[in-house]
Design a protein around this ligand. Structure first.
Ligand code: ATP
Ligand code: MG
Length: 582
């Protein structure tokens, strides 16, 4: 699965590296922890002088000093506690932000093929849920280990100082606790891993149900989705309960071990007249220290759960962070601005998941400024051909050139900089119409340029008719607009980019004749003087193109213009009769 599965230490070290930036605050927090541990030990320590000095010997100096000392101890304790809590929270929240940023950047930079194999909900849950758990491990665990660890050391030293004999016994039970913790930690981590996975499943079902609400309603998918959610939801509950079950059993068991020891000590002290050897103050101090050790021991035993949870979460996070990203390393040259010729030379391609080649020996040439239509049956590989041009995927063999220069040698930014793209599904963002047109690097366009682009895409009329005009929010993926309106916004975005190469994947969805004419008109305006490759599903688009390439099963069957191809009475002819004629 991954390199870290059996190496928790390496993983934790990498996790702690994230705290390095905040080492100033981190150091302050640790100083706070030290203060806290010292004050706790001091509190147990002053019980002896308090009892022996004030109550038994009635020493007047002690009597006046004691109340002051107690207040002083708690003032310091408070300061230490604040420093450690706030300091560690500061570091923790900062780490969450950093890890999330790193993951989000990775998501933006991932290769297209890695999207094919990942499930959105799981990615979302990595960013929301797993990141929190990682930070908790990196900070809460450190707090407990240092603060409670130091407190225990302090109290233990005090106990040894006050009574060596009694303390020897304590040392004997320590390995017992250690073995117990070791057995538990393996269990905790594997359950935590399951919990994180089930969170991803929940997010995924919810997301699909929201996106697919229409289909769910119309095709009666409610009970199926309810079942899916119920499964993921219950699964999550069961796994969480299992974790808490083990946790709930292990903590009292460990406390029982300590309590038995406490009982033995009290038994020993009372039955052997040991109290005559040590003062009552010493014994009470000893007992206080021992009782004060309970809480830190409890937290230290729980820290394992947090730690294992964080380690499991960081495995999941580093899986994403270490995943393959697109290669921007080749030197960045300026996007080509003039006219560009595009050529495919013996291109073969298969998706990582597909069994046989999707494209076979594709070769063609598009002259600068020419408009070429790609036609072919559904699944023949048209969209795949288009995706290779902006290097969303790279060919397995053969190559693609712009102006006779292989694009594989160019920087991705320069390649994509000279391409406009309107996909089969016109992606819109939940933002205003204006920002959807002037998206990304286009956001520096002037207002009049944006309006002009909308006008050329025949979109301005419907936009200005909306109550908020260009400031209308379009909803997630443009849900508040009609299919034709969305398409025109996508065209306006492509027009605004005004790039040398234009890639159009015509929507398969039918539009009424009037809208089709409007869109046809905007496509023609858009493709003028641009090297255009258009996947055509409409006869009007095909006829207005300069040349047609016919694809069948990932190979080029025929090439030519409409009349030439018809007269051949071959693939295009039958395609025309079955798809375009009506
Ligand atoms: P349509 O006209 O329906 O849009 P198309 O010609 O555009 O079809 P492509 O999308 O290029 O067809 O798909 C060609 C083949 O590649 C199909 O058999 C499809 O199953 C497969 N395919 C497409 N996308 C992927 C992917 N991301 N991973 C694996 N296989 C894919
Ligand atoms: Mg397609």
């Amino acid at each position: 699965m991954n390199q870290y599965r059996n190496n928790a230490f390496k993983l934790y070290k990498r996790l702690l590296k994230n705290t390095r930036v905040y080492r100033g605050v981190f150091a302050l927090a640790i100083i706070g922890m030290i203060i806290h541990a010292i004050t706790d030990t001091s509190f147990a320590a002053i019980i002896k002088p308090l009892l022996d000095g004030s109550f038994i010997n009635k020493d007047p100096d002690f009597i006046s000093l004691m109340p002051l000392l107690i207040i002083l101890i708690f003032v310091f304790r408070g300061v230490g506690s604040f420093m450690s809590n706030y300091g560690m929270a500061y570091v923790g929240r900062s780490i969450i932000r950093d890890i999330r940023r790193e993951m989000f950047n990775k998501i933006l930079k991932r290769s297209s093929s890695s999207y094919d194999s990942s499930i959105t909900g799981k990615l979302v849950s990595k960013i929301t849920f797993d990141a929190e758990q990682v930070a908790e491990a990196a900070t809460k665990a450190v707090t407990t280990i240092i603060k409670d660890g130091l407190t225990i050391i302090g109290l233990l030293s005090l106990m040894f100082y006050y009574s060596f004999t009694l303390s020897i016994g304590l040392i004997l039970i320590a390995p017992l606790i250690g073995i117990f913790l070791k057995i538990m930690s393996v269990k905790f981590r594997s359950i935590s891993r399951d919990i994180q996975k089930s969170m991803g499943e929940i997010t995924n079902v919810v997301e699909e149900s929201i996106i697919g609400h229409r289909i769910i309603k119309i095709f009666g998918g409610k009970s199926q989705e309810t079942k899916n959610f119920e499964y993921a939801n219950s699964n999550n509950r069961e796994r969480n309960l299992r974790l808490i079950f083990i946790q709930s059993i292990s903590i009292p068991m460990m406390q029982l071990v300590v309590a038995i020891f406490l009982a033995i000590i009290i038994f020993f002290v009372t039955s052997n007249n040991y109290l005559e050897e040590i003062s009552i103050g010493t014994f009470m101090s000893y007992l206080t220290a021992m009782i004060m050790m309970f809480a830190p021991i409890k937290r230290l035993s729980e820290v394992n759960v947090t730690l294992q949870r964080g380690i499991a979460a960081s495995e999941s996070i580093y899986d994403l962070i270490d995943s393959e990203s697109e290669d921007f390393s080749s030197p960045h040259d300026e996007p080509i601005t003039g006219k560009i010729s595009v050529a495919f030379k013996n291109v073969c391609f298969k998706y990582p998941t597909s069994e046989k080649n999707i494209l076979n020996n594709i070769s063609f040439f598009i002259n600068p400024g020419e408009t070429v239509a790609l036609v072919g049956r559904s699944g023949s590989g048209k969209t795949t051909i288009l995706d290779l041009i902006p290097r969303l995927y790279d060919p397995d063999s053969g190559y693609i050139t712009f102006n006779d220069k292989k694009i594989i040698d160019s920087n991705l930014n320069s390649i994509r900089g000279c391409i406009s793209y309107v996909g089969q599904d016109f992606t819109l963002f939940n933002d205003t119409i204006y920002n959807n047109i002037a998206y990304g690097e286009l956001s520096s366009s002037s207002h009049s340029e944006v309006e002009h682009a909308a006008e050329k895409a025949n979109a301005k009329q419907f936009i200005t008719a909306l109550p908020n005009g260009f400031d209308t929010i379009v909803g997630q993926n443009g849900i508040l607009l009609s299919g034709g309106q969305r398409q025109r916004l996508a065209l306006a975005r492509a027009i605004l980019k005004n790039s040398s190469i234009l890639l159009l994947d015509e929507a398969t969805s039918a539009l009424d004749t009037e809208s089709e004419n409007i869109i046809q008109e905007s496509i023609q305006k858009l493709s003028k003087n641009k090297t255009t490759l258009i996947i055509a599903h409409r006869l009007s688009t095909i006829i207005s193109s300069d040349r047609i390439i016919v694809i069948e099963n990932g190979t080029i069957r025929e090439e030519g213009n409409h009349e030439e191809l018809l007269s051949k009475k071959s693939t295009y002819f039958s395609l025309y009769n079955s798809q375009f004629k009506s």
